[in-house]
Design a protein around this ligand. Structure first.
Ligand code: ATP
Length: 410
């Protein structure tokens, strides 16, 4: 196989065996879509998609049976999934063309040639195939100039109706542009703007918006993608909102998320954090309505806790600490960036790791263990946060004065 190959040897071996069986059965088989793009770009990709000119379920059944591998067939879609003895999963589809009954609908399917199959795809860079059939192994099929567009760093649709036919591609175009730092090709950009203005995203099934938005929220460059979605009016068209401070808040997010993860070891799910960045200007009920509309109900705790924090004023560090303690972590991370409180909150949470006194000190002061311990430790910690108690020595003096009876002070 040519190009800057990032596939493990065992995978190449497996592809060769599949290609050999395909050839014997009179079929042609191809790697398609994202994996071909990523092979050409020298990027790793573990999702192996194979398309068969012939019948994918028949090929998979025969291949799996000969080797004792597990497989599952989805006859209504002419697709199948193979699981090898090492647990590697490979998705198979039969080459097909699609017809859309109305914009954004799930397409109707019909058998087709590899070229027709590629033509139904979204962008030139995603519309290439690498043949694996024995005898043609490694042959690139690139009818729309995908390889050229990778070199030129552009996202380009295959025909002018593409965004209207499937408005989800509007979201995908910006996701790939952000991920690879590619530009939208001129005509593609013009048509994308027209489709957004035309309100076509409102026709997209909300389940598909959920999938695509969910993928976006998991991207490393989610911030850049959201900025693009803001610039092209996509967020607004979906009902989300931004305000004057939006770019500033968004730009603070990657560093804030990193700090909570690296310095505090928090496990932060970045999806609700970034979702909050397009919800915060809205009233809470509207934000919750959008979560329901796009099936992100799982993020409700983050959204609810953010709105509890949203307008809170915290003059004293101890009040700030009490506000964020026991709140949803994603809400705290977003609120920190939203309010520009990074340095204060960092200081506070770092101090939490080294409180000035512990239960052991209280034992040494001969205070009998009781729920009072918690109260004293918290009281001292809050005073420490507010600068009223500097160190352990001052803490012990304060405890003696405040909590010990005359007899205990001896
Ligand atoms: P990723 O790296 O995000 O997985 P991918 O290109 O593999 O990228 P998938 O969503 O898994 O993305 O889609 C696989 C392939 O299916 C794409 O490369 C593209 O060829 C095609 N495809 C996916 N969604 C669409 C769409 N809405 N319209 C046309 N083709 C699509």
């Amino acid at each position: 196989m040519p190009h800057n190959l990032k596939l493990p040897v065992q995978t190449v071996r497996l592809l060769e065996e599949i290609g050999s069986l395909a050839e014997k059965m009179g079929y042609r088989a191809f790697l398609v879509g994202g994996i071909v793009r990523d092979i050409l770009m020298g990027r790793e990709n573990l999702d192996i998609d194979i398309t068969v000119e012939g019948d994918a379920p028949t090929l998979v059944k025969k291949f799996a049976t000969e080797r004792g591998y597990r497989y599952h067939i989805y006859p209504e879609f002419m697709t199948a999934q193979l699981t090898t003895d090492t647990g590697l999963k490979v998705d198979f589809a039969t080459t097909r063309k699609e017809k859309y009954s109305h914009p954004g609908a799930y397409p109707e399917v019909e058998r087709a040639t590899i070229e027709e199959d590629l033509f139904r795809r979204d962008f030139t860079i995603n519309a290439m195939a690498l043949e694996i059939t024995e005898g043609s192994f490694g042959k690139l099929i690139d009818p729309f100039g995908g390889e050229r567009d990778i070199k030129n760093k552009v996202i380009k649709i295959l025909h002018k109706d593409s965004f209207v036919e499937d408005p989800i591609r509007i979201l995908r175009a910006l996701r790939f542009a952000g991920r690879f730092r590619f530009k939208l090709e001129g005509e593609t950009e013009r048509l994308l703007k027209t489709a957004v203005k035309g309100g076509y995203l409102q026709y997209a099934p909300t389940g598909r918006v959920n999938l695509e938005l969910g993928n976006t929220l998991k991207e490393d460059r989610v911030k850049d993608i959201l900025l693009l979605m803001g610039r092209y009016g996509v967020l607004e068209s979906l009902g989300f909102a931004t305000d004057d401070r939006w770019a500033e808040v968004l730009n603070r997010l990657p560093e804030t998320v990193r700090w909570f993860k690296d310095s505090l070891g928090w496990q932060v799910d970045t999806a609700p954090v970034y979702l909050l960045s397009v919800l915060y200007p809205l009233p809470e009920e509207t934000a919750e309505g959008l979560l329901e509309k796009y099936h992100f109900e799982g993020y409700k705790p983050a959204i609810k806790d953010f709105y509890l924090l949203k307008g809170k004023e915290a003059e004293k560090n101890s009040d700030l600490y009490k506000s964020i303690k026991n709140r949803n972590r994603e809400a705290v991370v977003f609120w920190t960036a939203y309010r520009g409180l990074g340095n204060r909150i960092k200081g506070i949470l770092e101090k939490e790791k080294e409180k000035p006194i512990s239960g052991k000190d209280l034992k040494e002061l001969k205070i009998p263990p009781s729920p009072l311990y918690r109260e004293i430790i918290d009281d001292v910690f809050y005073k420490h946060l507010d600068g009223e108690i500097k160190d352990r020595e001052e803490a012990l003096r304060y405890i003696k004065q405040t909590y010990l009876s005359e007899g205990q002070k001896q």
